[in-house]
Write a protein of this length. Structure first.
Lengths: 665, 292
């Protein structure tokens, strides 16, 4: 074997503490080294040409580059080697910068260490074998989890690029939180008016398979080849027969037993219902928990009025399996329920604000429903307790957010804007009403956002008070909001008729268990983690799983939509090839000596180990061995180290190679 | 488990009845305790607003004495003492500089992690069942407004006990005595505290609001666990009456006095007669002691 050695000075980064020419000279004396040279910038074009020319001239089989970390330029040097006809895995990097020159100041000692590092790499490269990239086929279909605006956008973008989409939504209708909103900042256009056309488009799109009232149960496989199990919950309505006429809903005698969650519990709904009139699909759901039929076996009013015989009390949950190549997670958010008694177990709640105790102390989404033309008050601002028009509303920002003492440190980002909008809507609807907003800071970064807040203050005369609220209590039908005006340095008390709390955005229920099902990491709050906070914001660390919208962190509509389009394009980029190339640095089991203890299966962090039957000549299984799925294996080597019978080898880092390196030291 | 008892200055003077009732009640409930020998000022008010080093050293001196006496747990019934002790302990735990300075001043090395409890923690820890089992008197006609004031459960980051803004632990104890509690708004509002001396006008207004809110919400007695709060809410009612002629006398009890009543002790035994306001249910309740 003929080996070439290339020592880089990295400007002065290496050469200031390592005598590079001496290292090159010493390496030249080692057995197998045909050529050895040092150069100022090996990564530069002339540097790479030096490598390529040497490979041709000396007919080299392998090269060792003494340079910076392989994280930096391994790819560069491998590519140079490939263009000169050498297998990329016959290239070894000795890290003479981070591991040597940067951390030492004694030139003699550093030079000797550099020589040692080079000798190790040379011994390894002698035993390296050429490896070829693994090709994996791709199923060109996307699973989108969550049918809010982010999921809708991601589904439409992917489908419009010509790929099939399975859109799974756990609620009976798509639309998400955006369908509940009244008007949107900073333009004050009606949320439903801009959303519902998109919902209809999803419904009618030939490439999109819509699965509402469904949840993802299991995800197996790997990038390009996921197998997803979806549970479709029983609606107790035959979807093929139902025409969406709504007779069952109108005639259902159960009127006031269940809160309407779309109306944020400000209204009731019948036992059979669609969440809202523009629901997609417009097919009702029977709520077993309140329906008389499920309690007593009687009633059946809906059966009598349905002339299409669509009611099916016996309908069961069904399980569906879909093969997909990529997954876009867009499960969104919910609001922190600050009622101390029913607060999320992670958090303490705000008993001092009386939410849950006083009916007129409501959260932001409840106000959205009250302000919405389709809401329980038909858009008139009325108090939930007595239906009176409030003449004074106190809005409180940062309830839950930015408050370490209650468990959430982050800013929920959208509240400054939506509170300004809500105060503005209130002032537009109740001309003699007073709106007060308690705030910590106004964070109005975004196109036309600051202008919008100024408009609330200057044109709509919303009164902003900088300070926190310590307590809210009822006195003679008014809600006394006790707080502090930190600009005036005075305590303040507002006797409001209604209080609106901008409670924190937290991840949707079940986000953490879904993350575990899919195999993606999440932070301590339950928001899904992106692969890199700046450069890979829409990818999860699991290949082929992308993130969109508020499931990753609090986001407003434009940001969620941008992220959804970005996630969709990531999936489309993946689908641009018919097969997927993977690094061949994966573990392989020697089936002859594998004892079948499956310790490797227990330690593999990626679930890459499977059970394989070994059959004899007659096709009879005579033992079970471990099999490592090359598509899933990330080459971490944990199984290799764990294997008791030493029957697993990691390509590119096998025992012989590693021992040779150590022996050379 | 034995507690070191740190009475603090108030419990030997203006809040003598708090000390009297506390000793009687915990003795009855079988909670063993030793008074800390040679205890001194906790470093409250004048000390902690003028000299940080002195106030820390004063508080830590008492903890040091408990440690030397072989006590692992201290009860500090006065809310201000409790606050000074836990804050000083927290500071020397966090800042090695302050720790060294305090150790040098006291010529000791702190070894053990002595735990400081307030009065609420004491009763919750020792078990509310003990109170329930030893109940001798029916108190259900009492509608108590539990008043925490500012220091009893604060600062939340250090006390790590109850909810600083909407505490509920005193209600649990009061309910164990058989008395009823009311849901009211002013349980953590300021009573005016040490302004009682220089700015009585402020205290009269603030404390009056607290009493009025308790009455509005149906309370017929207020229960406190802080000598300062008691002074303002009880003693200042005369000044309230002068400023607000329609003010009606409202009884304010220490938590330990209420527990003592439920355990069958009488008004004099518990020092309730030392209050400025009359406990108007005393007669009916005392006659109503047939239960046990």
């Amino acid at each position: 074997m003929k080996i070439g050695v290339f020592i880089c000075h990295c400007g002065e980064n290496i050469s200031s503490t390592v005598d590079c020419p001496r290292v090159a000279d010493v390496c030249r004396t080692y057995t197998g080294v045909e050529y050895s040279v040092d150069y100022k910038y090996m990564c530069s074009d002339p540097g790479q040409n030096l490598i390529k020319d040497a490979i041709h001239k000396y007919n080299l089989d392998a090269i060792v580059v003494g340079s910076c970390s392989p994280h930096m330029h391994e790819r560069t040097f491998r590519n140079a080697a490939v263009s000169a006809g050498i297998n990329p895995f016959m290239v070894e990097i000795a890290n003479l910068r981070e591991h040597c020159s940067w951390v030492h100041d004694n030139i003699e000692a550093a030079t000797r260490k550099a020589i040692e590092l080079m000798r190790m790499a040379i011994e390894k490269v002698k035993r390296d074998k050429p490896l070829t990239k693994i090709k994996v086929p791709i199923t060109k279909r996307v699973l989108v989890i969550g049918g809010g605006i982010a999921g809708i956008q991601a589904a439409l973008d992917t489908a419009n690029a010509g790929y099939e989409v399975v859109l799974v939504e756990k609620e009976p209708s798509i639309g998400g939180h955006m369908s509940q909103l009244s008007e949107t900042f900073p333009t004050l256009d009606c949320s439903q008016c801009i959303l519902t056309p998109r919902m209809v488009e999803v419904h009618q799109h030939p490439k999109i398979k819509l699965m509402t009232y469904s949840e993802v149960e299991r995800v197996e496989g790997f990038i390009g080849n996921f197998k997803v199990t979806i549970k479709k919950k029983a609606r107790h309505i035959n979807e093929d027969k139902c025409s969406g006429c709504g007779m069952c809903i109108t005639k259902c005698p159960i009127k006031k037993k269940a809160y309407n969650s779309f109306e944020e519990d400000l209204a009731f709904r019948p036992a059979v219902y669609v969440p809202f009139p523009q629901a997609i699909p417009n097919i009702p759901v029977i709520d077993e928990t309140v329906c008389t039929y499920y309690k007593t076996g009687k009633c059946g009013m809906c059966v009598k009025v349905c002339d299409r015989e669509a009611i099916d009390f016996g309908q069961k949950d069904t399980i569906h399996v879909a093969d997909v190549g990529a997954i876009i997670v867009a499960t969104g958010f919910k609001l922190y329920n600050i009622d101390k008694k029913s607060a999320d177990s992670k958090y303490k709640g705000y008993g001092e604000y009386g939410y849950g105790k006083y009916r007129d102390v409501i959260d932001g989404l409840q106000f959205e429903r009250i302000a919405s033309a389709s809401g329980p008050t038909s858009g008139e601002i009325k108090r939930p307790s007595d239906g009176r028009v409030p003449k004074k509303i106190a809005f409180i920002q940062c309830v839950g957010s930015r408050d370490d003492s209650k468990g959430i440190s982050y800013c929920s980002k959208i509240c400054c804007m939506y509170t300004a909008k809500q105060a503005m809507l209130y002032r537009h609807k109740v001309h003699d009403g007073e709106a007060y907003i308690f705030y910590m800071d106004i964070r109005a970064g975004g196109k036309m956002y600051e202008e919008f807040v100024r408009r609330a203050i200057e044109e709509d005369k919303v009164k902003y008070i900088r300070g926190r609220v310590s307590r809210i209590y009822e006195e003679d039908g008014k809600y006394i909001v006790k707080g502090e005006d930190t600009l005036a340095g005075m305590p303040v008390e507002i006797d409001a008729d209604m209080v609106v709390l901008a409670t924190a955005m937290i991840p949707q229920d079940g986000a953490e268990s879904l993350a575990r099902t899919i195999g993606i990491p999440y932070d301590k709050y339950g928001f899904f983690n992106e692969a890199h906070p700046k450069l890979r914001p829409v990818e999860s660390t699991t290949a082929g799983v992308f993130l969109a919208g508020a499931c990753q962190s609090p986001k407003d509509i434009p940001e969620s939509v941008s992220m959804a389009s970005a996630a969709a394009s990531k999936a489309i980029i993946l689908f641009a090839n018919d097969t997927l190339e993977r690094e061949p640095v994966v573990a392989k089991v020697n089936e002859d000596i594998c004892a079948g203890c499956f310790y490797c299966m227990k330690v593999c962090p990626f679930g890459a180990v499977e059970v394989k039957d070994v059959k004899d000549i007659n096709g009879i299984v005579y033992k079970e061995v471990a099999y490592i799925n090359q598509g899933v294996c990330q080459g971490c080597g944990t199984c290799t180290a764990t294997c008791l019978s030493k029957s697993i080898e990691l390509a590119g880092f096998n025992n012989e190679e590693i021992f040779a390196e150590i022996a050379a030291l | 488990m034995k507690y070191g008892y740190f009475p603090g200055c108030s419990l030997t003077s203006s809040a003598k009845e708090y000390d009297i009732s506390l000793r009687k009640v915990i003795d009855k409930l079988g909670i063993s305790f030793d008074e800390i020998n040679d205890w001194s000022c906790c470093g409250a008010t004048s000390a902690h607003v003028t000299n940080h080093k002195l106030s820390t050293a004063l508080a830590m001196r008492n903890i040091m004495l408990a440690e030397q006496q072989g006590l692992d747990n201290i009860i500090a019934p006065c809310a201000a003492c409790y606050n000074r002790l836990i804050i000083s302990q927290n500071e020397i735990g966090k800042h090695t500089g302050i720790r060294k300075e305090t150790e040098d001043l006291l010529s000791v090395k702190f070894k053990k992690d002595v735990k400081v409890f307030n009065i609420l923690e004491l009763f919750l820890k020792s078990g509310l069942n003990k109170i329930i089992e030893n109940r001798k008197r029916e108190l259900s006609e009492l509608k108590a407004a539990c008043y925490y004031g500012c220091l009893l459960v604060r600062p939340a980051a250090i006390t790590k006990f109850d909810d600083a803004e909407e505490p509920e632990s005193m209600e649990k104890i009061v309910e164990a005595t058989g008395a009823d509690t009311v849901d009211w708004n002013y349980k953590t509002e300021c009573c005016g505290a040490a302004h009682s001396i220089a700015r009585r006008d402020i205290v009269v207004d603030l404390s009056k609001k607290i009493i009025d809110d308790a009455i509005t919400h149906g309370a017929n007695v207020m229960v406190v666990a802080c000598p300062m709060c008691h002074t303002n809410l009880d003693m200042r009612q005369r000044a309230m009456k002068r400023k607000y002629p329609d003010h009606k006398e409202f009884p304010v009890l220490y938590l330990t006095e209420l527990i003592g009543l439920s355990l069958g002790m009488d008004e004099k035994e518990l020092g309730i007669d030392l209050h400025y306001t009359n406990f108007k249910y005393a007669d009916t309740l005392l006659n109503n002691s047939a239960k046990g």
